[in-house]
Design a protein around this ligand. Structure first.
Ligand code: LLP
Length: 428
């Protein structure tokens, strides 16, 4: 039997030219569960997590999976069982963490627009920390906590103003972004937080962007954050933890991000050199834990040759895979098995059935395809299902998690009835 690994996609491989996730044949899964179908490898998630765990070996550290990357319960359960905490951005995400068996005290709550109701929900659950993004939010959180007779643990998200050199929609640490508080305002805002009776200042946090493939912005941001730790502690406030956010990129298309353990060796050296090695470290990785642990299986519906372009029309679309339409993102597209004899090799735009010109999944791809062939859209574990929509009243795809030879259906395909639940006709 031949066995060919897919570079950058550990635990996905071709066996005799058939694509497998761990020990499970993907064409067989497509047959059993139909397409579009997301398939995740548990081993790939744990391998990605292990790189961070190696980086933090012997340290007081907490990895909080940024669940916005993929918030399906079965995926959360894998990380909860591995001891992770969670970075959440809504009350809905908190409900998911608890439903998946996650621990509330390992939850940090990020985001610029937390509502008082979400603050109450999170305080009742006993979450670990609120990552606060504005002075106004500090005031509201303190009020809410006081009415509950509690003190809310807070960290303030600082904006280090470094360019992460990524897509503008996923840069968050620049001055013009809505996130965090400005470097120069930080000390004043910490003093304000410390003066509020409903708050307990416990940490500092930052997050500079996503799909970062360069080490330099991280090192620069760490220096800026550590400068702030110096000045906050010099003013008499003690920070128990430093939360350095997420953002580490993955290999979509010959990208070469640093490995998590190598990156953290450099960051920890900076922290140690500044004398803060004893502090608790927190991180919020999302994409780098799940992105290359998932694929989306899709079937070719029609091949449509054209004068300027050939189109390969598949049954997955921008509602399932929104990243190309939103960020011009690249996802590799590979066959699940050898092409049919009737297939023609050509350069195709791979597009979905949604009625938008922006509904494309891959452009100018050389493929040998015929109607009925199955394809895998790679690197689909992060920010695909969690951003999926019902546009064109398309049901969201099913999801399967593979563990060795075992197959777990972690989400059923959404039906039209599921989609119409909660809607009402207006009467006669
Ligand atoms: N922490 C905070 C505060 C964040 O805003 C984010 C992501 C993360 C952690 C996790 O970042 P990661 O490790 O996944 O890069 N939908 C976009 C990505 C948006 C990221 C938003 N914030 C995409 O598909 O590329």
């Amino acid at each position: 039997m031949t066995h060919a690994l897919l570079p950058g996609h550990p635990h996905f491989s071709y066996r005799d030219d058939v694509l497998f996730a761990e020990g499970v044949s993907l064409p067989a899964l497509a047959q059993q569960f139909a397409t579009p179908l997301f398939v995740y490898s548990k081993a790939a998630m744990l391998t990605a997590l292990a790189a961070y765990q190696r980086g933090f070996a012997g340290r007081n550290a907490q990895i909080c999976y940024a669940m916005k990357a993929n918030s399906s319960l079965g995926v959360l359960q894998v990380f909860a069982q591995a001891g992770c905490g969670f970075d959440i951005v809504s009350g809905g995400e908190l409900a998911r963490v608890l439903a998946a068996g996650g621990q509330a005290d390992k939850v940090i709550f990020s985001g610029v627009g937390k509502t008082p109701a979400e603050m109450r929900q999170a305080l009742s659950a006993g979450i670990g920390c609120f990552n606060v993004e504005s002075e106004a939010e500090l005031d509201v959180l303190s009020e809410v906590a006081l009415t509950m007779g509690l003190r809310a643990p807070v960290s303030i998200r600082v904006n280090p103003n470094v360019d992460p050199k990524t897509h503008p929609y996923i840069s968050t640490g620049l001055k013009d972004n809505k996130f965090g508080v400005a470097h120069e305002d930080t000390l004043r805002i910490y003093r304000h937080a410390a003066s509020l009776a409903g708050l307990k200042v416990v940490g500092i946090d930052c997050h500079i962007g996503s799909q970062i493939t360069d080490t330099t912005p991280y090192l620069d941001a760490m220096d800026r954050v550590l400068d702030l730790v110096d000045s906050i502690e010099a003013a008499g406030m003690v920070l128990e933890h430093i939360d350095f956010g997420g953002g580490l990129g993955i290999n979509y298309n010959n990208d070469t991000p640093p490995q998590a353990d190598a990156l953290w060796a450099q960051l920890l050296a900076r922290i140690d050199a500044r004398g803060y090695g004893h502090k608790k470290l927190m991180i919020e990785p999302g994409r780098s834990l799940v992105g290359n642990a998932g694929v989306c299986l899709t079937e070719v519906l029609y091949v449509k040759p054209g004068e300027h372009k050939n189109f390969c029309i598949v049954n997955a679309a921008m509602n399932d895979l929104p990243r190309p339409a939103m960020y011009q993102a690249f996802h590799a597209i590979v066959p699940l098995q050898p092409a049919k004899p009737s297939a023609t090799e050509a350069r195709y735009d791979v597009v979905g059935p949604v009625c938008e010109s922006g509904d494309w999944i891959g452009r100018d791809r050389n493929l040998r395809v015929a109607a009925g062939d199955l394809l895998a859209v790679m690197s689909a574990g992060a920010y695909c299902m969690s951003m999926a929509s019902n546009y064109n009243t398309r049901g969201r795809a099913a999801e399967v998690l593979v563990d060795g030879d075992q197959v777990h259906l972690i989400r059923e395909r959404e039906t039209a009835t599921d989609q119409m639940r909660g809607e009402h006709l207006i009467g006669r």
